[in-house]
Structures are given as structure tokens and as C-alpha cells.
Design a protein. Structure first.
Length: 214
């Protein structure tokens, strides 16, 4: 009796499942088609991104191998195109190359390119902090302490691996201005950090002992 009941229940479940598929076949087919299209679209997009990155890498390599100061404006335009491509690797590299080779003399324009990269490109957290640090480093030669501190604020208020570098930069900035107490304060903050680059730690200690001890 129990076996017959179990068989009836099983058959009933099977019939219910069949009925469900029959009644909803259009919806099920539509869902399957959408899933297949989404899967296809995902792999197509990944392949497209990969090919675009290869193109940008090849373009960047070509530009740095062919840079001609006689055609500075032409090369600058191509580097800007790489930046505008919003590539997490080559857009920052293009900006660094522009700065290192003095392709742009306007600090305002350079800062705008820094801001474009920081605000518009999806970057890993520490890569973004590195770019913020590099922006501050670029500005440290001519900007005020207020602006530098404002640039470095996201890094100084974080647990980033670049925090010690940012503190060291400000320490050196104030030392160059003859503001020894402010300089010492930043170097001492480095010494208080945990798990930092030993070279920066040693340099900060040397600076305090050699130049900032009373």
C-alpha cells in the first residue's frame, strides 16, 4: 500500500512538473535565450577589452620608441588619447611619460589630467593612492602646504602602503621651507607607523637625528 501511494505521489509530481513546463514554456525559453545572450555578451566584452588593451599597449610602446621632440605636439595628442581611453595601466603611464619628458609645461593642464585619471578610471585602491601621491609629488615644487595637504588627504587619512611616502614628502617639503618643527612632526609620524618600508623608516630616523634634533 505504501509503495502504491509513493508511486502515485511520484507520478503526480512528474505530471505537475510537466504541466509547469508546458504552461510556461515560452517564458522558460525566453529566459534561456536571455541567459545565453548574456553569457555570449560577457565573453564578447571580455575579448573586446583584452584586444583594446593590447592595442593601447602597442600604441604606447610605439610612441615611446618614436618620440621626436620636433613633433612634440603630435606625440602629445597621441598620449592624451591613451589617457582618455581610461586604461588602468597605460593611461597613468602616458601621463607619467608626458611629465618626465616635459611635453606639457602647464601645471594646471597636468593637474587636470591627474584628476581625470583619479576620478574617471576604475583603479585598484593602492594604485589610486599611488597616483594621488605622484600628483602631490609633482605639485610639491611650487604649491602651498594647504594644497599639498588637500591633495594627500585621502592617503594621509588611510592605512595605505603609500601613507609613509606621503608623510615623508610633507616632512621634506617643510624641511626645504625651513619649518623644522612641522618637518619633524611628519617624520615622527612615520616612525610611529607599523609595517612600513624600512628604507623610509631609516631615512626618517636619519633626518630627525641628523638635522632636526634639538
Amino acid at each position: 500500500m505504501d509503495q502504491e501511494t509513493e508511486l502515485i505521489n511520484t507520478n503526480t509530481r512528474i505530471e505537475k512538473i510537466k504541466k509547469f513546463f508546458v504552461n510556461n514554456r515560452k517564458s522558460i525559453i525566453s529566459i534561456l535565450i536571455i541567459l545565453v545572450l548574456c553569457l555570449f555578451g560577457y565573453f564578447f566584452y571580455k575579448d573586446y577589452v583584452k584586444k583594446e588593451k593590447i592595442k593601447i599597449a602597442e600604441k604606447y610602446s610605439y610612441l615611446i620608441s618614436k618620440l621626436d621632440q620636433q613633433n612634440k605636439e603630435q606625440f602629445l595628442g597621441e598620449f592624451k588619447k591613451i589617457i582618455s581611453a581610461k586604461d588602468s595601466t597605460y593611461s597613468p603611464l602616458a601621463l607619467y611619460y608626458i611629465i618626465d619628458n616635459s611635453l606639457i609645461n602647464s601645471p594646471e593642464e597636468i593637474n587636470n589630467l591627474f584628476d581625470f585619471i583619479i576620478e574617471n578610471i576604475k583603479l585598484e585602491k593602492e594604485i589610486k593612492n599611488l597616483i594621488i601621491y605622484k600628483k602631490a609629488l609633482y605639485n610639491s615644487e611650487f604649491e602651498t602646504e594647504v594644497i599639498l595637504l588637500n591633495i594627500l588627504k585621502p592617503v594621509l587619512n588611510s592605512e595605505s602602503v603609500w601613507r609613509a611616502h606621503a608623510l615623508y614628502l610633507m616632512g621634506e617639503y617643510f624641511y626645504s621651507k625651513g619649518e623644522k618643527q612641522k618637518s619633524k612632526d611628519f617624520f615622527q609620524k612615520i616612525i610611529q607607523l607599523k609595517n612600513i618600508d624600512q628604507n623610509i623608516l631609516i631615512d626618517a630616523q636619519k633626518r630627525i637625528q641628523r638635522d632636526l634634533s634639538e
